[in-house]
Design a protein around this ligand. Structure first.
Ligand code: 3H9
Length: 644
């Protein structure tokens, strides 16, 4: 494979970069492009250059794997400058995605053309850095300051049509990209040549614009979007060279930051998780027709997610009334998508046409996959699988969406148990990314592979978990809550613990989150275990639930709430109820509180690893980031405590 090839189409040189899988800009790519710009400038017969990429995408950005090492020349900003300074105009021909350094190279080109399925963007802040090769300096000169602020501080790429509207690309083409780009270059040679992007003028913005942008950027919770904004502002108030120096300094500073390291860790963990090495070469079973048992919040969410991914759904409920309620629940999911402008009315009708309801299990005889999402009670679930064992094809995959029960116990007596697996979705299932995949000792490898393939098809983050109470996520949650209660018993204020975890980066602390979700769910589960003869010590939460304090829905839980309000107010009633379990008062710095709670999560994570419930520490981090609101820029409990 040759990294860079050059072919001539008359007076146009077509440069093709081929650096699989995503044409990341490695040291070799930087050097190759720089040298090529020199070489093509020296060729009097070349009047324009088209830069195009082989494979699935245009240049996807700097090679993130190099970020942990010292920078090596030629640096990317110099490559971009060199391309911009070329004697002959360069045309970037974009398919797939032009991201980060890839889009910065495209901005060094005199023109940008793209196919309509392409996206362009500057996602650097999602990796804890800012664009480091002129993204904060050239973008405002190319598309104006407002568009640049949006693109850089959000990190969200724009589809080609919107990018063209914003002035980020010159043309959207259909048909063969290379041919169209060559034709574009040829036509451009006969027209007025635009100024190189770095030479374009820029008018500063008023103070209130920057203040509003600052407020918006601070919502991300970590420093990169704010530093990106500072860099954009600097670039609009200083000359090009000074702005480039400022941007580079900020980029290098952030590149070495803990937040950037954490975000890189999550980035690579996310890419590894959906395709476990152990399943390489194992063909998943099909899942075109999917049965969902139960049309409550969870079942409807699962049905909605599967339908959105193109599967045909059969929703099974107990009686006709429950069927129509279930279908209405699925309908509400698509209504939400219409309301947010993500789906048209016709699209909604098409989605719903692929969701049928029935009370008759026999209709599942042709289903490829059936997911059970009924009440979390072993007897109810067993009855469902007894029925499924009778009606489903012997090779159909049968899955339980249990969150606490032992999947082996659910599957007991099922004929052909190798097709059985746990698929633990998180509520709301059409939104939450995490999917815990729980094989039993009987689960066949291709059934496990089917779980992962389903996760990928649903655009979820699939993580394999072994069997224990709560699997990975809920087991750690239990420990986290227990540690938080331990602090309360030592005299730390409930509101301080919540504030500490918010300061750490969670949207909510452990107690306010319980008030929102309801304290009774975990309480009932503990009561169930007690009724089954297990030794489960009385928690502080139990005391509150027994006193009728189940959270916001009962007007109070760990906090009081004013009528109809959601603001948590410290509760004298709670202090009174817990007085015998709390010893004095204790002031603990918030950072220390967070350290203790995250430390407890990591300790439980380590136990989970030792018991082989999780395959790798980064899987635990993904579970926490995607299912439990752990701040991404802290990398997850294992990373944050140095355990991954
Ligand atoms: C930057 O550019 C900084 C500059 O401003 C300044 C520099 C001075 N590097 O996602 P996929 C790997 S910051 C290294 O499954 P898809 C990935 O790990 C960068 N490796 O593919 C995986 O490896 P493996 C700004 C990378 O088709 C394989 O490629 N750019 C990089 O679903 C396939 O990845 C970004 O943040 C990389 N930059 O999606 C873009 N990117 O096969 C990040 C990917 O071993 N990338 N890999 O598991 C993406 O968003 C997606 O990969 C993309 C393709 C949309 C391009």
């Amino acid at each position: 494979m040759t990294l860079l090839t050059v072919r001539r189409d008359g007076e146009i040189a077509v440069v093709t970069l081929d650096n699989p899988p995503v044409n990341a800009i490695s040291e070799a790519v930087r050097k190759g492009l720089y040298d090529l710009a020199e070489r093509l400038d020296a060729d009097p017969e070349v009047r324009a250059v088209v830069l195009i990429c082989a494979g699935r995408t245009f240049l996807a950005g700097a090679d993130v794997r190099e970020f942990g090492k010292p920078p090596v020349e030629p640096h990317l900003p110099d490559v971009v400058d060199r391309i911009e300074a070329a004697e002959t105009p360069w045309v970037a021909a974009i398919h797939g995605a032009a991201l980060g350094g890839g889009f910065e190279i495209a901005m060094g080109c005199r023109f940008r053309v793209a196919v309509d399925s392409a996206r362009v963007g500057l996602p650097e802040v999602t990796l804890g850095v800012i664009p480091g090769a002129s993204g904060t300096v050239r973008t405002p000169r190319l598309a104006g300051i407002e568009a640049a602020v949006d693109l850089v501080t959000s990190g969200k790429p724009l589809p080609a049509a919107k990018a063209q509207k914003a002035g980020l690309i010159d043309a959207v083409v259909s048909g063969d990209l290379e041919r169209e780009a060559v034709a574009f270059a040829r036509a451009a040679l006969d027209a007025d040549m635009p100024l190189p992007v770095s030479k374009r003028p820029l008018a500063p913005m008023p103070e209130d614009f920057w203040q509003a942008a600052r407020k918006a950027a601070s919502k991300a919770g970590h420093q990169a979007p704010l530093r990106a904004l500072d860099s954009l502002r600097f670039a609009t108030e200083h000359g090009f060279a000074d702005a480039m120096a400022h941007e580079r300094e900020t980029f290098l500073d952030l590149r070495g930051s803990d937040e950037a390291a954490a975000l890189r860790h999550v980035f690579f963990a996310e890419r590894a998780a959906p395709k476990p090495a152990a399943l390489k070469g194992i063909e998943p079973r099909p899942f075109k027709t999917v049965g969902v048992i139960g049309g409550g919040t969870m079942g409807a969410g699962i049905a909605g997610a599967c339908r959105e991914a193109g599967m045909e759904i059969l929703l099974i409920e107990r009686d006709a009334e429950a069927v129509s309620r279930g279908l209405a629940n699925v309908g509400k999911i698509f209504d939400g998508a219409v309301k947010r402008g993500r789906l048209t009315e016709e699209g909604r009708a098409e989605r719903m046409a692929g969701v049928r309801g029935s009370t008759d299990y026999a209709e599942l005889s042709q289903a490829d996959l059936v997911i059970e999402a009924v009440f979390e009670e072993i007897g109810v679930k067993r009855a469902v699988f007894a029925e499924l064992g009778r009606v489903c094809r012997a090779d159909a995959v049968l899955a339980t969406n249990t969150s606490y029960l032992d999947p082996c116990a659910i599957a007991e007596g099922l004929p052909n148990p190798s097709r059985f697996i746990g698929l633990h979705f998180f509520s709301p299932a059409h939104i939450m990314k995490l999917l815990e995949i729980v094989p039993t000792p009987d689960t066949a490898p291709d059934v496990l592979a089917t779980g992962f393939a389903l996760g990928r098809a649903l655009n979820k983050m699939p993580v394999q978990a072994g069997i224990c109470e709560g699997f990975i996520g809920n087991r750690i949650l239990k420990r986290y809550r227990a540690e938080a209660e331990a602090l309360v018993m030592q005299g730390v204020a409930i509101s301080e613990i919540d504030a500490a975890m918010r300061d750490y980066g969670f949207r909510m602390g452990p107690f306010e989150a319980q008030d929102l979700g309801g304290l009774d769910i975990a309480f009932l589960q503990r009561e169930g275990a007690r009724a089954a003869g297990q030794e489960v010590p009385e928690t502080l939460g139990d005391i509150l639930v027994r006193a009728g304090r189940k959270g916001q829905k009962t007007g109070g839980g760990w906090y009081d709430y004013a009528e109809g309000a959601r603001t948590p107010l410290p509760s004298a009633a709670v202090t009174e109820l817990l007085v015998e379990r709390i010893s004095g008062t204790r002031d603990l710095p918030r950072a220390e509180i967070a350290e203790r709670l995250v430390g407890a999560m990591a300790e439980e994570g380590q136990a989970i690893l030792d018991e082989r419930i999780a395959q790798a520490p980064q899987d635990i981090d993904l579970v926490e980031v995607h299912g439990y609101g752990f701040p991404r820029w802290k990398g997850g409990p294992m990373f944050a405590t140095g355990a991954s």
